[in-house]
Structures are given as structure tokens and as C-alpha cells.
Write a protein that binds this ligand. Structure first.
Ligand code: GAR
Length: 219
């Protein structure tokens, strides 16, 4: 098989890290266009750190509580990411607001996953608000990070039905399953430079067959 370029990726987490795990496992494939060079957490006790370390991946805990300001933490985070040689940053349940300065330094090189169909339901307690609003379809979104929270060019989405008796927990589990399928696919396209990205939108440069355009995780 021809050697393919594997872009170095740093993954930012704050907790469980199940999306990080799905990216690490996808990147194990020989033909995946990215490799995970580090997993970084702002919470030293994040369970995902131990999992990544057991897989032989460099893990770094940068406790936000030991920094005097958000600016100081973000400056240290930037230096840490640069130190890993990463060319792409994938946020995977990283629950810290970032300063515009940090976001700007990784312009069009930092992506995030959010558990709703953006631009609907930005922010926290997403599934609870989805149920309260009575919508029948929710999902998840991978997007390029911009300075405003849960904003930025949408790279890919997966639709997930809301069931009548869903609780935030049951709906969250269904959406999470879709996240684990969506994020590795989108990171692959992103790492392979398959997107044209403008300030607000992203378009795939490659033509996808019709059956790949709508990503339906329950199919
Ligand atoms: C995921 O559902 C992710 O979409 C969400 O946090 C969870 C992290 O789970 N992210 C956000 O809400 C960001 N706004 P994980 O640690 O198991 O990947």
C-alpha cells in the first residue's frame, strides 16, 4: 500500500474521553490520514487520560485551576500543543471556553464535536433542552472552531431521532453512538485537506456518492 501522509493531531478532553477513543481507534488503521500525537486534558483526573496513556499515547494534564487567568491557561495550552508537533487540534468533550487569541492561533486547524444539530441547541444541557423543545430529530455536529462558542463552519452532521419517552440520558447515549461514527469520518476528510473552508461554511472538495451524503447512524 502506498504511504499516506498522516497528519499529527492533538486531542483535547476534559473527562470520559469516549470521542477521543473513537478517534484513536480509527487512526490505528493504516490508511487513516491522521495520527494522534497527544491527548491533553484541563482536568488531571479525566478518565480518558489513563486510557490514552495505556495505549502508549503521550498524555498531558494542564490543570486550569493552577492558572491565574483564562489568558494564562490558553497561552500555556497553545505552547503545550505546539510542543506536541500537532498540526490539527481536535476538541472532544473539552469543556473550557477558549479565548479568541487561542482560537485565532489555530485558525482553520481546530475542530470540535457538539451533541446537537448546530446552529440549534448551542451550549450545555443540550439533550434536556432538545426534549423540552419537543423536536423529533436531533444529532451531532463536527465544526471548525471559531471564537464564538459552538460556532464555525460545519464539516459534518449526523441525525438522531428523539423518542417519546427519552430522558436526557437515553437520548445522550443514542447521540453519543452517532458521535463515535461521525467524528472519525470527518477528521479523516479534514486531515486529508478535503474541505474548502471560508469564514462561515465548509464544502467538501471531493464528490461523495449519494448514499454517503446523508449520514444516518441508525441505518
Ligand atoms: C460529548 O457528547 C461531546 O459532544 C460533548 O461532551 C461529550 C463528551 O463526551 N461536547 C460538548 O458538549 C461541547 N460543547 P466524551 O468525553 O465521552 O467524548
Amino acid at each position: 500500500m502506498a504511504d499516506i501522509e498522516k497528519k499529527p493531531v492533538a486531542i483535547l478532553i476534559s473527562g470520559r474521553g469516549s470521542n477521543m477513543m473513537s478517534l484513536v481507534e480509527a487512526a490505528d488503521a493504516e490508511d487513516y490520514p491522521a495520527r494522534v500525537v497527544a491527548v491533553i486534558s484541563n482536568r488531571p483526573q479525566a478518565p480518558g487520560l489513563a486510557w490514552a496513556s495505556n495505549r502508549g499515547i503521550e498524555t498531558i494534564a494542564l490543570d486550569h485551576k493552577s492558572f491565574a487567568s483564562r489568558q494564562a491557561f490558553d497561552a500555556a495550552l497553545h505552547d503545550t500543543i505546539v510542543g506536541t508537533q500537532a498540526k490539527i487540534v481536535a476538541c472532544a468533550g473539552f469543556m473550557r471556553l477558549m479565548t479568541p487569541q487561542l482560537v485565532e492561533k489555530w485558525h482553520n486547524r481546530m475542530i470540535n464535536i457538539h451533541p446537537s444539530l448546530l446552529p440549534s441547541f448551542k451550549g450545555l444541557d443540550t439533550h434536556q433542552r432538545v426534549i423540552a423543545a419537543g423536536v423529533r430529530i436531533t444529532g451531532c455536529t463536527v465544526h471548525v472552531v471559531r471564537a464564538q462558542m459552538d460556532n464555525g463552519p460545519i464539516l459534518g452532521q449526523a441525525a438522531v431521532p428523539v423518542a417519546d419517552r427519552d430522558t436526557p440520558e437515553s437520548l445522550g447515549r443514542r447521540v453519543l453512538t452517532a458521535e463515535h461514527r461521525l467524528y472519525p469520518q470527518i477528521l479523516a476528510h479534514f486531515a486529508a485537506d478535503n474541505y474548502d473552508i471560508s469564514q462561515d461554511t465548509a464544502t467538501l472538495k471531493v464528490d461523495l456518492p449519494a448514499d454517503k451524503m446523508l449520514f444516518s447512524p441508525l441505518a
